[in-house]
Design a protein around this ligand. Structure first.
Ligand SMILES: [Zn+2]
Length: 138
């Protein structure tokens, strides 16, 4: 996961998490990144993240932001479910078989431990980690 500080034309700045810089570029291109204050699509990446001290207003923004992020993650989950094959706990195994055999072009998703992710990364296998919400959760 990678954190970018984004600014909007309305002068609002906020932080947002992305799976990778490539993923950020993709979402930016598709105009899927919107301002948390005014919903405008005129957001851009700022170069430096400002230091902000905690205040009620910030907490409120954070809360709105968390809700927004959760919505985005759920949309993203839906996209993954529709476009990728679920492999459950066999993620590391399946990812290797795709990487080394190059037989399957369809992306996969499943559960994986952080150790397994480290191993896959060392082998040059790209993975994206996103927080996952269960359906039962509100
Ligand atoms: Zn805005």
């Amino acid at each position: 996961m990678i954190k970018y500080n984004l600014t909007c034309k309305c002068n609002c700045t906020f932080d947002s998490w992305f799976a990778s810089s490539g993923e950020f570029g993709r979402l930016m291109k598709k105009k899927l990144i919107t301002c948390i204050e005014c919903n405008s699509k005129n957001v851009s990446k700022s170069i430096m993240a400002p230091n902000v001290s905690s205040s009620k207003k910030i907490d409120n923004i954070n809360y709105k932001f968390q809700k927004n992020i959760k919505k985005k993650i759920i949309e993203y989950q839906k996209f993954i479910k529709e476009n990728c094959r679920y492999v459950g706990d066999k993620f590391a195994q399946e990812a290797r078989s795709i990487h080394y055999n190059k037989k399957e072009s369809k992306s996969i998703y499943g559960r994986v431990t952080t150790n397994e992710i480290d191993e896959l990364n060392e082998e040059g296998i790209e993975t994206i980690t996103i927080p996952w919400y269960d359906k039962t959760e509100n």
